[in-house]
Design a protein around this ligand. Structure first.
Ligand SMILES: Nc1ncnc2c1ncn2[C@@H]1O[C@H](COP(=O)(O)OP(=O)(O)OP(=O)(O)O)[C@@H](O)[C@H]1O
Ligand code: SF4
Length: 260
């Protein structure tokens, strides 16, 4: 029960909202499964849980068993299990307005009471910034020795300032930084698939170099990604995405840094 059977625990963080943290978590999970791993995804973004929709399993429920809560699996292979508050909400349109202690006790249950079984990787999608959820998860994970955090940013300066704050938080709570992903780095034209820079690019790589963090890679905006996610069950269609090869590379970086 709980996290005893998990080999690697990785948090996915971002300094601010909307930079694509949940998208990156989804793609990393699917790419890890694609390369033969058994993966769990825990969504602790309690005020805006979006992972069930991204995996196309929003109409599923998690169930309780004598061993604990059973994750929702994306298919019958049971190689990818997802746990999110989104599965527990009776009305998905209602906002979750919880105070610190309630969030804290929900995260404690998420850490202790889920029957993950044996996993190669558990990816934890967190809310943007550094909030009650981060403080709670960092505390409860201590005894499970997480491998560290992957930070997602966009190339613009304002997002990079927030990343520095995130890095300082990780230092304070003793979570190592594994690497940095620069998302929304350019735009893939839906007509000719040419990639054009929208903002200055390279800010993430520069920041990673300045701070001595491994740069995992750049991911452009691909308009077809959103339509794939909206139209189909994404766990079946993600290989069609233009971003598939980018995430294969990023996953190689992740595997290297968790196997050191
Ligand atoms: N590389 C990309 N190409 C195309 N669309 C993207 C890309 N990255 C993210 N998006 C889209 O941008 C929107 C925001 O992404 P996402 O929800 O992953 O961000 P987030 O950082 O997790 O946000 P928050 O933490 O505020 O919930 C989503 O609609 C997602 O589909
Ligand atoms: S990248 Fe090429 S096809 Fe796409 S809008 Fe520009 S000129 Fe047109």
């Amino acid at each position: 029960m709980g996290m005893e059977g998990i080999k690697h625990i990785v948090l996915v963080l971002s300094g601010k909202g909307g930079v694509g943290k949940s998208t990156v978590t989804t793609q990393l999970a699917l790419s890890l499964v694609d390369s033969g791993h058994k993966v769990g995804v825990l969504d602790i973004d309690l005020t805006g849980p979006s992972l069930p929709e991204m995996f196309g399993i929003q109409n599923s429920q998690i169930h309780q068993s004598s061993a604990g809560w059973i994750p929702v699996y994306t298919d019958s292979t049971q190689n990818l299990g997802v746990v999110s508050l989104g599965f527990l909400l009776t009305n998905k349109d209602d906002p979750v307005i919880w105070r610190g202690p309630k969030k804290n006790s929900m995260i404690k249950q998420f850490v202790n009471d889920i029957a993950w079984g044996e996993l190669d990787y558990l990816l934890i999608d967190t809310p943007p910034g550094t909030s009650d959820e981060h403080i709670s998860i960092a505390g409860y994970l201590k005894e499970h020795e997480p491998d560290g955090a992957v930070i997602v940013t966009t190339p613009q300066g304002i997002s990079l300032i927030d990343v520095r704050r995130e890095i300082n938080f990780c230092k304070k709570v003793g979570i190592p930084i594994l690497g940095l992903v620069e998302n929304m780095s350019g735009f893939i034209c839906p007509h000719c698939e040419e990639c054009t820079a929208l903002f200055s690019t390279g800010g993430g790589e520069q920041l990673a170099n300045d701070l001595g963090i491994e740069f995992y890679g750049r991911v452009p905006i691909d308009p077809s990604l959103t339509s794939l996610m909206e139209k189909e069950k994404f766990s079946d269609s993600f290989r069609k995405s233009n971003l598939y090869s980018k995430f294969q590379d990023i996953v190689l970086h992740l595997k290297n840094s968790t196997n050191k």
